[in-house]
Design a protein around this ligand. Structure first.
Ligand code: SF4
Ligand code: SF4
Length: 169
C-alpha cells in the first residue's frame, strides 16, 4: 500500500535487556528531567488572582458609543451587520422624533440592536465597517454563563452610560 506520509516509525520488538527490565535507567532518566524543571521559573498562572497581560490587539466585548454630548452615534445603517461574517448582528431602525436630538445624533437610530456573542468570532469587522464610530470592541472578556439567552447582548447591554446623565446624578 502507498504511504500517505513518511512519518511512520518502525517499532523495535526485540526482547528487553536486563537493564531495561529493572527499569532503573528509565526511572533515573525521568527523575533527571523532573529535577531539571524544578528550579526553572514556573509558567503556570494562578488565574484569577494573577492575570496575564492582554495582547495589544485583543478584542473583547462590544460597546455602542455615544458622541460628546451623550447622543447615540449608531444610525442603524446596517453596515456592521453586512460586514459581519458570522451574521451575529441584528437591528431595527427607527426615525428620530422632534425633541429627541439629545438622544440620537442622526435622524435614524437603532431602536433594537443585538449581537449574538455565541456566533461572534471577535474579528472586529463590524468596528472597521462602522462609518459613525459607533461600535467598538473593548478589552472586557465576555463573562461565562449557563444560558444561551444571556449571550444575546441587547442595545441596553452594549450602550455605554450617558456621561450627561451620570453628571446630573
Ligand atoms: S466582531 Fe466580527 S463576528 Fe463579531 S459581531 Fe463584529 S463582525 Fe460579527
Ligand atoms: S453600529 Fe455603525 S455600522 Fe452598525 S448600524 Fe450603527 S452606525 Fe451602522
Amino acid at each position: 500500500m502507498q504511504k500517505l506520509t513518511n512519518k511512520a516509525v518502525q517499532i523495535n520488538r526485540s526482547p528487553m535487556t536486563l537493564g531495561e527490565r529493572v527499569y532503573l535507567p528509565s526511572i533515573a532518566k525521568g527523575l533527571s528531567i523532573t529535577l531539571g524543571h524544578i528550579f526553572k521559573k514556573s509558567v503556570t498562572t494562578s488565574y484569577p488572582e494573577e492575570k496575564r497581560p492582554f495582547s495589544p490587539v485583543f478584542r473583547g466585548l462590544h460597546i455602542l458609543n455615544r458622541d460628546e454630548v451623550g447622543a447615540e452615534r449608531c444610525t442603524a445603517c446596517g453596515l456592521c451587520a453586512l460586514a459581519c461574517p458570522a451574521e451575529a448582528i441584528t437591528m431595527e431602525a427607527a426615525e428620530r422624533k422632534p425633541g429627541e436630538e439629545h438622544l440620537y445624533r442622526e435622524e435614524k437610530y437603532a431602536a433594537r440592536y443585538e449581537i449574538n456573542m455565541l456566533r461572534c468570532i471577535f474579528c472586529g469587522y463590524c468596528e472597521e465597517a462602522c462609518p459613525k464610530d459607533a461600535v467598538y470592541l473593548s478589552e472586557t472578556i465576555m463573562p461565562a454563563s449557563y444560558t444561551r439567552q444571556s449571550f444575546i447582548y441587547k442595545k441596553e447591554d452594549l450602550l455605554i452610560p450617558n456621561p450627561k446623565t451620570k453628571e446630573s446624578k
